[in-house]
Design a protein around this ligand. Sequence first.
Ligand code: S3P
Length: 435
Amino acid sequence: MKIRPPIRIHGRVNVPGDKSISHRAAIIAALAPGRSRLDNFSSSQDCQSTLGCLRALGLAIEQQGSEVSIEGRERLETPSQALDCSNSGSTMRMLAGVLAGHDLSAILTGDDSLRSRPMGRVIEPLEKMGAKVESVAGNPPLNIIGNELLTPLDFEMPIASAQVKSCVLFAGLRAKGLTTVLEKHSTRDHTERLLNWFSVPVTTEIVAGNVAKVSIRGPVAPIARDVSIPGDISSAAFFIAAAALMPGSELEIAGVGVNPTRTQFITTMQSLSLQVRITGTADVCNEPVGNVRVVGRARLASPAALQSNNLPVELIPQLIDELPLLAVVATQIEGGIAIRGSRELRFKESDRIAATVKNLRTMGAMVEEFPDGLSVAGPQRLRGAELDSFGDHRIAMAFTIAAMLAEGESFINGADSVSVSFPEFFKVLESIVEQ
Ligand code: S3P
């Protein structure tokens, strides 16, 4: 994909439904006897993988555009073939928790990227609860041998992960007694909110400082409900960054999910004196939804390239998916940004630290790489270049924005990977750029 730097961004757009919420809504609806309708379901390939796996487990699912209708059932069937999660870590980790509590055996597999990602983090708690999970030294494929009599677990999460938390909570639905998850740094809480929306009580209690205890008492089945899914703030983030950094830009994105566990990218942009505002927030199906307005900043004064902006480590889990984009933003910011304590980025769809450092350096940027992050000097000029997505949707989109901020044309290899989370990315972008 060829990218030419535009003059500015202008317009009003919507983004497709939130990917994290769509996965969870489909999974919970599948477990809730009766019909649930999901409106504004994510258009991502990842969420299609979740629907495909649920169909293979015997569920009747209809889809028309972004409307999905699911006939939930209490019992899931042993599938006749392996469940293909493709590129989606969320599908694999969350379904592992669901399957663990059913009397079936199922294989969860995926593409090359997913088959290299760590699954020990879900295998360990699920085996403690009484399921059996066979793997290839902690990597997929996973063979889940479920157990209808799971034992509840008090689980202290060794890493901050919403997928792991959700996996244990889904297993907790089928365990007899109280399952708790202790998290030291809060992660996205869509599973908790949606389970409550589907009439399953899940409580969150702050036990000390930032430490939260999330509890669910099983066995309990969700009750079918309709869900209206907000726009995906992680997809919106790319346009927000471009508009905020391009002088003369004005952008409004309507109907975006503004759950506080997901808005840290916006808060960080605001702390960098960029003009991003959330307006008109309302509660929709237990999730806050609002509009995001962005005004492009004034042209930069002359550069002073000293590192001075450090991202607090406790905030990392709340903007984990936006970190490659933030590294791009850092090149345009007085003082740059140092992102540390984010080793988890190396275990995403690609090694996102290595991919970001490589592409930024190809664009001529000064970047330092650490085992747990990177430090980007700023402000600095980016040069148009031939860049690589590393098969990773968020790297493709972050470097499309970098290319828009650069001098000269760029080419992004493997840009079609955007479909994993946001197939309409380039079409929406085209509708708001002024060349
Ligand atoms: C997600 C959680 C995060 C995030 C991923 C989606 C979710 O992963 O990176 O894109 O929907 O729960 P981890 O739980 O591995 O941090």
